[in-house]
Ligand binder design. Sequence first.
Ligand code: RBF
Length: 168
Amino acid sequence: MFEKGVVPLSGDRLNGKGLRVLIVHTRWNLEIVQALVEGTRSTLEQNHVSDIDVVDVPGAFELPFAAKRLIEASKQSARPYDAAVCIGVLIKGSTMHFEYICEATSQGIMNVGLQTGCPVIFGVLTCLNDEQAHERAGIGRGSSKGHNHGIDWGQAAIEMARLGKTQN
Ligand code: RBF
């Protein structure tokens, strides 16, 4: 049967020892965002990332700016970030705001990674309703709790941080 989603990594490609990772998350939709942050953080810790900074911003629109500023600042320190994860939840409303913020946030996050050279993981859910968002954070209220995508984002951060640095 077709298994949807990313094929997980194993072994040394998921070893986060010695990495420094930044998590930037929104305070919009905080209950759901917190579940995603915990999924990411616990995945990083389980894979031996011990240096994790967590910073919050108002909403998804602010994620790219904050990530860029914090990544650039870390380059002046002894230990620049090896990867960043931007986490937020956008839920469609009755105006066009959703479309504009989704577009700006996704393009912005991509640009921060390309401009800074620090991989930035797109941890933003863009959902049509609350139910979709809860299920994708592993806190669904129906018969299935769903899957916490923060787990995938933690793994992606390690994989991308290691890219080109070591033999995979
Ligand atoms: N920020 C989010 O992170 N998720 C949302 O679902 C969200 N919806 C918004 C809807 C409206 C009508 C407005 C005005 C803002 C929304 N924001 C949302 C906040 C946005 O990302 C940003 O923080 C503010 O626009 C300030 O720049």
